[in-house]
Design a protein around this ligand. Structure first.
Ligand code: NAD
Length: 505
């Protein structure tokens, strides 16, 4: 079953589309496992259903990934770069259709979806340029040897992605992985497989070998878990929640393969009273309410200096009321419903718990939400302190907790009093303070007088429970490579090794 409109959009890109299945070695492989039923969050109507992938897909993957990778590596690096660039162009040509599909199936405001698809194209453009520039180094060693390093692909990598940014996380991980020369098995969230499947299909259309990019459609606890044990997987890159990420890492460790974990966050957005007030206000809004707060880097803890606290919270509540909450596929919508029922119920229970623990809701926070059976949550500004669950746990919804602080020292203490360390931001006009704060915030990304600027050229990743390893930039190419050290004897009368040191024997 497939919503008619979404089906029409998909067929514009892939005319032979017959329903959701895994895409393996350039073929659609239908699952026969449990039925996976996905709803449209605006009104709880059926969107599509399909069946979970079967375990025997792993044999097919093992065969086609190694063949495809050999084919890929037999091309020159420059040629691979051209194909990767062409994939970016093909995504740009299909930007509107992909954005419409993403908006419907990830319940993302269409305006945001367009921006995210553009970013995905940019990821392929960016890495295309790296394809023939993955150089090693020549190292000065204290003997007569020439020592140099090379970066080699890992082989086949497994990527597991979440529902909150399906096409974004797909491009984000596939682009560096294939640029480094790997084959990919991507397991998107069972709720949002479609745009990842279409990226794999488009890749093949531009000439990237069949089987280099494969997408498996199914549940995490079934086929996702089994894929980790798939014989030729050499690394797992996981983007998702902390609990699943840790579980995935344990399974990978049992096979002796490494992971990158891109996990959740509870980022502190810190506003000093000397900041540009209006910019900080707009920044605070965008930091939490974009994508209905379902963003790993959402500014979900808003730390405001005491002397402006009441005014700032009141103004934030007033300006939040101007947002349009509604159907994600409508042009006017700023804030969409929560992506799925399970997450909707979690956000509602977190709000209930926050109030039981003593958090209050900011006065004037009265935005109206559509009366449908959809999973709508009122964008909410809670007033509380950092010990409450709503300040310590990732809610992943349009909920921000405002927390007052006295001075710089207290702001840093509160910001770092968290299991997470994904991102943070500081709003101030004092340049020295801005850099002190950036140094002292324990997080992988810090923004000064801005929020949520992320670009494929700059490394991204977490501290603490927000994960380890890095995505984006050169750092991601290195995550997807292994380094080799080569020693070449150049001496006329070489010394012979006995043990680690060269000596005469
Ligand atoms: P999730 O952990 O429930 O699922 C993520 C993926 O893991 C899905 O594809 C799922 O099917 C799969 N999975 C589930 N159980 C599995 C298992 N046992 N073995 C293998 N795979 C399994 O996360 P979610 O609810 O889809 O996404 C929301 C979370 O993702 C939030 O915590 C958010 O902060 C995080 N996230 C992090 C980043 C980042 O870059 N740090 C980016 C986006 C989202």
């Amino acid at each position: 079953m497939m919503n008619k409109l979404v089906d029409q959009f998909i067929k514009k890109i892939c005319p032979e589309f017959k329903g959701i299945a895994s895409y393996v070695g350039g073929k659609w492989v239908f699952g026969t496992g449990d039925k996976i039923n996905v709803k449209f969050a605006h009104d709880d109507s059926d969107l599509f259903y399909y069946q979970d992938a079967d375990e025997d897909i792993i044999n097919q993957l093992n065969y086609c990934t190694s063949t495809a990778q050999q084919q890929w590596l037999s091309m020159t690096a420059a040629r691979r770069g051209q194909f990767i660039y062409q994939l970016g162009e093909r995504i740009t040509e299909n930007q509107e259709i992909l954005a419409q599909i993403e908006s419907w199936t990830a319940n993302k405001p269409i305006r945001d979806a367009r921006g995210e698809v553009a970013k995905v194209a940019e990821m392929f453009f960016y890495y295309a340029g790296w394809a023939d520039k993955i150089h090693g180094k020549t190292i000065t060693v204290p003997t007569g040897h020439l020592n140099y390093t090379t970066y080699e692909p890992l082989g086949v990598v497994l990527q597991i992605t979440p529902w909150n940014a399906p096409i974004f996380t797909c491009g984000w991980q596939i682009a560096p992985a294939i640029t480094a020369g790997n084959a990919v098995v991507l397991k998107p969230s069972e709720i949002t497989p479609i745009t990842s499947l279409l990226i794999a299909y488009l890749a093949e259309q531009v000439g990237i070998p069949k089987g280099l990019i494969n997408v498996v459609a199914g549940y995490g606890h079934t086929i996702g878990q089994k894929l980790i044990n798939g014989a030729n997987i050499q690394k797992v890159v996981f983007v998702g929640s902390v609990s699943t990420g840790k579980n995935v890492a344990v399974h990978a460790a049992k096979r002796g393969i490494p992971c990158v974990l891109e996990l959740g966050g509870k980022s502190a957005n810190i506003v000093f009273s000397d900041a540009d007030y209006d910019k900080a206000l707009r920044g605070a809004q965008n930091a939490i309410f974009a994508n209905a707060g379902q963003s790993c880097v959402a500014g979900s803890r808003l730390l405001i200096q005491l002397d402006i606290f009441d005014q700032f919270v009141n103004d934030l509540a007033k300006s939040t009321n101007k947002f349009v909450v509604g159907n994600p596929t409508e042009e006017t919508t700023h804030i969409s419903p929560i992506n799925n029922k399970k997450q909707f119920e979690y956000v509602c229970s977190a709000l209930e718990n926050a109030q039981k623990q003593g958090a209050s809701i900011a006065v004037g926070n009265t935005i109206s939400i559509p009366k449908t059976d959809g999973y709508y949550v009122n964008p909410t500004i809670l007033i509380g302190n950092n010990t409450l669950d709503c300040a310590q746990q990732e809610i992943f919804g349009p909920v921000v907790v405002a927390i007052p602080f006295k001075d710089e020292e207290e702001a840093i203490r509160i910001a770092n009093d968290s299991q997470f360390g994904l991102a943070g931001a500081v709003w101030t006009n004092d340049v020295a303070r801005a850099h002190r704060m950036a140094k002292n915030i324990k997080a992988g990304t810090v923004w000064i007088n801005n929020y949520k600027n992320i670009h494929v050229s700059s490394p991204f990743g977490g501290y603490k429970d927000s994960g380890y390893g890095r995505s984006s930039g050169l750092a991601a190419l290195h995550e997807y490579s292994q380094i080799k050290s080569v020693w070449v004897e150049t001496a006329l009368t070489p010394l012979v090794n006995f043990g680690y040191g060269a000596q005469e024997v």
